[in-house]
Design a protein around this ligand. Sequence first.
Ligand SMILES: [Zn+2]
Length: 312
Amino acid sequence: MTAAAVVYDDTFLLHDYPGHPETAARLRAITDRLATDPALRGLPATPAPDADVEMLRAVHTDRHIAGIEHAARGGGEWLDGDTYCTPQSYDVALRAAGAAMRVTEMVMGGESRSAFALVRPPGHHATPSQAMGFCLFNNAAVAARAAQRLHGAERVAIVDIDVHHGNGTQDVFYDDASVLYCSLHQWPLYPGTGRAAETGTARAEGTTVNVPLPPGTGAEQWLAAFETRVATALAAHRPDLIVVSAGYDAHAADPLAELRLATDTYAQVASRLADIAGELCGGRTVWVLEGGYDLDALAASVGATLQALEAA
Ligand SMILES: [Zn+2]
């Protein structure tokens, strides 16, 4: 078993739109970093398969899936004010969800203790029935459902460290006590959900944990909130797998938000999550790329995450 592995596919570069912050250059910055960093060059990298559409249906409505395919096959269109769909986007999004399934298979099957899906487009704003916020299909939600339906996990936890609230992921699991969803995010900020009082439906009470943080929050306060709110919720939930919605836009250099994390903060979070997973679920963590829009900060922070996972 390897300590850490990466799933990546050049297909993810084909979804792109000139001038948009969610650009293929994000993934190029990350893969350039992995290729040139001696500590990361040896990391096993696996290509991604297409997602099994059945597993997409475990998260999204048939109408949503068909709608994305129709928009792409019809030549592409804007799905909302900031979410583009190009002629390639359905195929790319299907492959991204497939990468999320593949990292889940690797970790649940014992090939690697942790595995990181370096994917685009991101997923955590995609609801069961709607694309939004640069997201078409919800990759992290697909990973959680695949763990349960294909790999025998009963309880899964999703930890969302993107600076934005993952409204889509929250929607998918809001009524499901088997999947804990925890998010630390800037408040107020897009998409406007993620109040602390949003804690799940009556039968899933407490399995949604939202930690809104004010603009300017730095690493020390962020990590303290992680310990008091997220680490405790993880221990109570006793998951069989931890899925991380790995966004890097809480970095101080990010142009889209105002939290103040450092590159090293991401190494600390990765080490801590690996420790928690070691106590709760055999060390199993699956990482799925979400946001992160300063290319240098993104590449360095993903590198820091992977180094920490390799060392864990
Ligand atoms: Zn984000």
